[in-house]
Design a protein around this ligand. Structure first.
Ligand code: ADP
Ligand code: MG
Length: 380
């Protein structure tokens, strides 16, 4: 009898985990077995098994690519490299990052644009609302400086807030440009009626967004907004007055609910005056939720949820915004929310008391402080 042994699929990554107790970075190989969704970890320095192969439902194959973070039993691991050629070929070959810039004409419709981005299988890995100065915008569009429309373009892009995003996915660059459609919105309506510019654009200048047109341009433009080395790029737009803090939690981001939640917030008439994605580490999550420690039984799970992946933090601006926005979020427990306040954010998008879609500031006097925690301290 001939016995045919088929090798089981196994993906390997090199990962880093910041150990807060020892204050050092530890390296592990992470193995993922798609057949049964199990994981295994190997301690690189000490050359020994760290976690024996264990089934773990919280990791999905779509999350496994270099540059992403995954949470394995409360440890946030940065995937810094593919562990073998097989994994790189299978999971890494077509992954790209590109810059998407939402121009001032549609910043209030960012939810709609995000819906289209998610439905094209792209994910948002960085996002920041900023307002460019004339010279920053001129710098960004330097390739067009000799064009007749240059000064109009720079004037428009620096006329109000924009949202810069890093999109990631298979062929992200061309997918986002196809989603945008032709530069002139009128042409887009004729030739690509489903495109973002056809749906939301006005003309050749007010045309919704920008997308990098080559991988080299993407690298330069991502560095412009999200520098990896010195400085931190154009500033955020937080104003720190008459405001409250909203966090779209990591589970909601990874479920692709960001666009829907932002749409609901805008439709209810709230003004989003700052927006940024953060990767919160455990120490910061503990500090941010400090007031709930020993008071709310879910505190440890809340901390784990907040540092389980990227979250999106909003400054909501308006007099009485802490009270009115908190009412709009609804009761902390989505089950209760669905019974008592079915149109609230938690009723619509929450799963349970911890994965309840959004955090909002509880006490009016904490609104400014919570906004400062993210936009001044963590983005400082
Ligand atoms: P895209 O944004 O699709 O990459 P281009 O790189 O050709 O298009 O142009 C950059 C931006 O300059 C466009 O998005 C648009 O806002 C503006 N623009 C381009 N062509 C014109 C034009 N003929 N008149 C006015 N604005 C233009
Ligand atoms: Mg271009």
């Amino acid at each position: 009898m001939l016995l045919v042994l088929k090798m089981e699929d196994r993906y390997a990554f090199l990962t880093e985990w910041y150990d807060p107790t020892a204050a050092l970075l530890r390296r592990y190989q992470l193995f993922y077995y798609p057949k049964d969704g199990s994981v295994e970890m190997f301690d690189v320095k000490n050359q020994r098994i760290f976690l024996r192969r264990t089934k773990y439902d919280e990791i999905h194959q779509e999350d496994l690519f270099v540059g992403n973070r995954v949470n394995v039993f409360s440890r946030q691991l940065n995937l810094i490299d593919y562990g073998d050629q097989y994994t790189a070929n299978k999971l890494g070959s077509k992954k790209e990052r590109t810059l998407a810039l939402i121009k001032p004409d549609v910043v209030t419709k960012i939810g709609d644009v995000l819906e289209l981005i998610y439905s094209s299988n792209l994910i948002v890995t960085k996002a920041k609302m900023t307002k460019l100065t004339w010279s920053q915008a001129a710098d960004f569009y330097v390739e067009h400086q000799s064009k007749p429309f240059f000064s109009n373009l720079v004037q428009f892009v620096s006329s109000g807030p924009v949202v810069a995003m890093e999109l990631m996915g298979d062929e992200a660059m061309s997918i986002w440009r196809r989603l945008l459609g032709p530069a002139d919105s009128a042409v887009a309506r004729r030739e690509a009626p489903q495109s973002v510019r056809a749906q939301f654009g006005t003309d050749g200048i007010k045309n919704v967004g920008h997308g990098s047109d080559s991988l080299a341009a993407a690298a330069r433009e991502l560095e412009f907004f999200f520098p990896s080395t010195i400085g931190h790029g154009p500033s955020n737009t937080a104003i720190y007055t008459d405001c409250t803090c909203c966090i779209i939690k990591p589970h909601a981001i990874s479920e692709g609910l960001t666009g829907k939640i932002l749409n609901s917030i805008s439709a209810a008439g709230f003004e989003i005056s700052a927006l940024q994605m953060f990767n919160v580490d455990r120490a910061n999550a503990e500090e941010f939720y400090e007031v709930y420690k020993g008071v709310v039984t879910e505190y440890p799970s809340m901390v784990t949820e907040l540092c389980s992946g990227p979250c999106m933090v909003l400054e909501i601006h308006g007099t009485d915004s802490p009270q009115t926005f908190r009412e709009f979020c609804g009761p902390a427990d989505p089950e209760i929310a669905r019974h008592l306040r079915p149109t609230t954010l938690r009723a619509l998008y929450g799963k349970d008391k911890v994965k309840n879609a959004v955090h909002c500031t509880d006490l009016p006097e904490d609104g400014v402080l919570e906004v400062q925690y993210f936009f001044k301290i963590l983005d400082g």
